[in-house]
Design a protein around this ligand. Structure first.
Ligand SMILES: *Cc1c(COP(=O)(O)O)cnc(C)c1O
Length: 445
């Protein structure tokens, strides 16, 4: 083990054993005895080290990371600036609790969030540990600030796994099944899903708004909460015009427009946030995942008058905005900015969408190739129909992972595979990953 820590990791996918190898299989037996069966077993290859876009497992195999731990390690693994920032902070102090005795890094992260989130209005932020916690707090703030209780969410939405956020999340299995009862005053309306509804953005917004007005009542809506590009729900990119129309309706009717940018944020889609594409300026933005290079950190950033409407002591938590996580966030944001990783995300999107759309002409199981920047997905169908085809999606994920390319499935129907490569992936690595993914799709066709 010590020797492997001193050897360079390299940049190539290299398999020395079948996957999972013998050491991973042994670890998996221990896991089965020690870890709750309630956690998903993605692919039981146990990771020992990582660098850039390469994950090295306990058997010495080098895997290509096309998932970034669900859009988290966007700047890549083992980034020197992040290691340095985190190490320095660990040596200084690891915790004081910001509410007891504060520190600069927390303030600095909030200053950065105000700078990079959409809009130039006055903003303040609060920091938390997980995306779910950020969404919960955004809802708390919207209810307090408006004095209303209804929260409008969308089909296919994913907002987390705590009780309130499960109420906001759409998909029953595996997230919600038998975990209720769930928090009340949550209303679900149809999303814009161009591949399945064929509606323009304006038409889809009209449908959603009519449902809100007739079934909830505009005056009851505290917040309209939406992922500008849906993540777990299947990388659903709403038709152009949908988000601006909902945001305008929300403003006109005195509710808070909350963009959950937890998966789509931090340059993933080719700009700092997915809302930037259409110039949508949310009242509140929730962030997590790509914010801190793998350290647990989440943010709620919003209009100062909303965020500051909360009474002193109304927001907080023991660990929220932990100094080590804040140091990681500052290194991450600096790296995204200095290396223009938004530009890199656009290049990745150009290459990947091009390759996959050419492949679509040759195979019958691809229903749609979609995405923006480095948030890319393929939706699989039964040939000649739009019926979801989760069986081939599962086979394709298996093929990829067995060949050392880590990809993740998603979608309400389990029939979508998403690519979320680290934004620093090299052109050679991207080509390699896409060629394995393409071979997997041809094999399943
Ligand atoms: C992952 C995710 C969450 C939940 O974040 P956790 O850190 O897992 O609690 C919420 N919203 C979106 C859009 C997500 O992708």
């Amino acid at each position: 083990m010590v020797s492997s820590l001193t050897t360079a990791i390299g940049t190539k996918r290299t398999l020395l054993t079948e996957l999972p190898g013998p050491r991973s299989r042994a670890l998996h037996e221990r896991r089965t005895a020690a870890v709750s069966a309630g956690l998903t077993v993605g692919f039981p290859v146990y990771i020992e080290r990582a660098e850039g876009a390469i994950l090295v497992d306990v058997d010495g195999n080098s895997l290509l990371d096309m998932g970034s731990g669900i859009a988290v390690t966007s700047i890549g693994h083992a980034v020197p600036a992040l290691i340095e920032g985190v190490s320095e902070q660990v040596a200084k102090f690891t915790h004081t609790c910001f509410m007891v005795t504060p520190y600069e890094a927390y303030v600095e992260v909030c200053e950065e969030l105000a700078r990079i989130t959409p809009g130039t209005h006055k903003k303040t932020s609060a920091l938390f540990n997980s995306g779910s916690e950020a969404v919960e707090n955004a809802v708390k703030i919207a209810r307090l600030a408006t004095g209303r209780s209804a929260i409008v969410v969308f089909d296919h939405a994913y907002h987390g796994r705590t009780n309130l956020t499960l109420a906001l999340t759409a998909k029953n299995m595996p997230y919600k099944d038998h975990f209720g009862p769930f928090a009340p005053e949550v209303y679900r309306v149809p999303m814009s899903y161009p591949f399945r509804d064929g509606l323009s953005g304006e038409e889809a917004a009209k449908r959603a708004i009519s449902m809100i007005e007739t079934q909830v009542g505009a005056d009851n809506v505290a917040a309209v909460l939406i992922e500008p590009i849906q993540g777990e729900g299947g990388f659903i990119v709403p038709a152009k015009g949908f988000l601006p129309a909902l945001s305008a309706w929300s403003t006109k009717n005195g509710s808070v427009f909350i963009a959950d940018e937890i998966q789509s944020g931090f340059c993933r889609t080719g700009s700092w946030f997915a809302c930037d594409e259409e110039g949508v300026i949310p009242d509140i933005v929730t962030t997590a995942k790509g914010l801190a290079g793998g350290m647990p950190l989440a943010g709620v950033t919003g209009r100062a008058e909303l965020m500051n409407a909360v009474h002193e002591g109304g927001l907080g938590g023991t660990y929220g905005g932990n100094p080590v996580a804040c140091a990681a966030a500052l290194a991450t944001i600096a790296t995204l900015r200095e290396q223009d990783l938004a530009g890199r995300a656009r290049e990745i999107g150009h290459v990947a969408l091009g390759t996959l759309r050419r492949l679509q002409d040759d195979v019958a199981i691809i229903g749609e190739v979609r995405g923006r920047g480095a948030m890319i997905a393929v939706e699989f169908v039964e040939p000649g129909t739009k019926n979801p085809n989760p069986t081939v999606a599962k086979a394709i994920v298996k093929y990829c992972t067995e060949n050392g390319v880590v990809v993740i499935s998603c979608g309400t129907y389990g029939n979508v595979i998403r690519l979320l490569p680290p934004l620093i992936i090299s052109p050679e690595q991207l080509d390699d990953g896409l060629s394995v993914f393409s071979a997997a799709i041809r094999a399943a066709n």
